[in-house]
Write a protein that binds this ligand. Structure first.
Ligand code: HEC
Ligand SMILES: [Cu+2]
Length: 349
């Protein structure tokens, strides 16, 4: 069997077509310039070769119109490429609103995925077609790189921080996933598949269930297990911050600075609490959880804290009907003493 020789990988995401055009134009433009220079070089070498040992070169130095042309034309072409490339880059870098958020943890040598509904997968990821999917990614050990050629998506994952990327599959199918950063002896085995499914099929796949409950409710369990709930009460009476409505809201920290409570901030608050002390609170009260909480537990805890903050920033049930019913604030998640997430405690922050 001769494997199919593919010059261009499948194009299966909302940006892959434009990336093809862009890349194609860049190849054409660069080869045209390179060929033009090579031809002119050979022509000149032949045409203006020295024919006689005593021949003197012409003294004429510059021909202004030619110089202006060969400076201006390439400049315009390449600045155009730059502008288009920058536009495309920002499109790829900035996730749209209303994404489905998945958590990705890379480790030697596998990709681990967690769905907000609680499903976990290793080296396979099921996603719906026609909806932007945002990945919040980190690594447990060394730098890996999440690479899906068919989506034109490649993002390094770095231990100790969250990286994000996003894509929207436009065609159902099964697409290769690679690690594109040499990460050890079995790097070449760090591969998998992305299954892009029609929304209905995806829905069905989701309802096959997550034995451990949604990610946020797993996080709620860890919140008690690690003793967070001993300190963090859902009222403003305690000596610890109230975590209701924290996610995606600005937090004032010591020194008068304000930071946004995004995934990275919450991660840092748990692993290195003294890095940023919430205004009005004391340092060295919250224990340092580095080494005690795994990346996956951290992701669940963050999802729980996210679910304590119904909007914006949590995933809203979309009106298109393609979202599972439990996408938004999960039922049954409530802090100690809180009757419900949407209850009266929300006004307290
Ligand atoms: C011994 C009490 C204590 C425990 C246990 C504790 N915390 Fe904290 N936490 C604090 C205090 C005090 C602060 C405020 C000072 C600071 O910023 O570190 C804080 C701050 C935070 C913040 C930042 C809050 C904000 O408003 O910006 C988050 C998030 C957080 N904790 C999450 C957790 C999680 C998750 C756990 C369990 C894994 C946990 N905490 C365990 C005492 C505690
Ligand atoms: Cu790797």
């Amino acid at each position: 069997m001769i494997p199919r020789l593919q010059l261009i990988p499948d194009s299966a995401s909302s940006i892959s077509h434009e990336v093809n055009l862009f890349f194609g134009l860049m190849v054409i433009l660069c080869s045209a310039v390179a060929t033009g220079i090579a031809i002119f070089l050979i022509y000149s070498a032949v045409r203006y070769r020295r024919r006689d040992p005593n021949e003197m070169g012409s003294q004429r130095r510059n021909y202004i119109p030619a110089e202006v042309t060969w400076i201006a034309l390439p400049f315009l072409f390449f600045m155009g490429m730059f502008a288009w490339g920058a536009k495309l880059y920002f499109e790829i870098e900035r996730p749209p609103d209303n994404t489905v958020n998945m958590y990705v943890v890379g480790r030697q040598w596998m990709w681990k995925f967690q769905h907000p509904e609680g499903q976990r997968e290793i080296n396979t990821l099921h996603i719906p077609v026609g909806r932007p999917v945002k990945l919040i990614m980190t690594s447990e050990d060394v730098i890996h790189s999440f690479f899906v050629p068919a989506f034109r998506t490649k993002q390094d994952v770095v231990p100790g921080r969250y990286e994000t990327t996003w894509f929207e599959a436009i065609q159902p199918g099964k697409y290769h996933l690679f690690c594109a950063e040499y990460c050890g002896t079995k790097h070449s085995g760090m591969i998998g598949w992305i299954y892009a499914m029609n929304p209905d099929d995806y829905q069905r796949w989701l309802t096959e269930g997550a034995p451990e409950g949604s990610l946020a409710s797993q996080g709620e369990k860890f919140f008690h297990q690690f003793g967070c709930s001993n300190c963090h009460h859902f009222d403003n009476a305690g000596r610890c911050p109230n975590l209701l409505n924290l996610y995606n809201h600005p937090v004032q920290i010591g020194g008068g600075e304000t930071v946004l409570a995004d995934d990275g901030y919450i991660r840092e608050s748990i692993l290195d609490p003294n890095a940023k002390i919430v205004y009005g609170y004391q340092p060295n009260i919250m224990p340092n959880f580095t080494g005690q909480i795994s990346e996956e537990q951290l992701v669940a805890l963050i999802s729980y804290i996210k679910a304590l903050s119904p909007s914006p920033g949590t995933q809203q049930p979309s009106s298109s009907g393609t979202t599972p019913k439990n996408y938004g604030v999960q039922k049954g998640i409530a802090g100690p003493g809180a009757t419900s997430i949407s209850g009266s405690h929300l006004e307290q922050r």
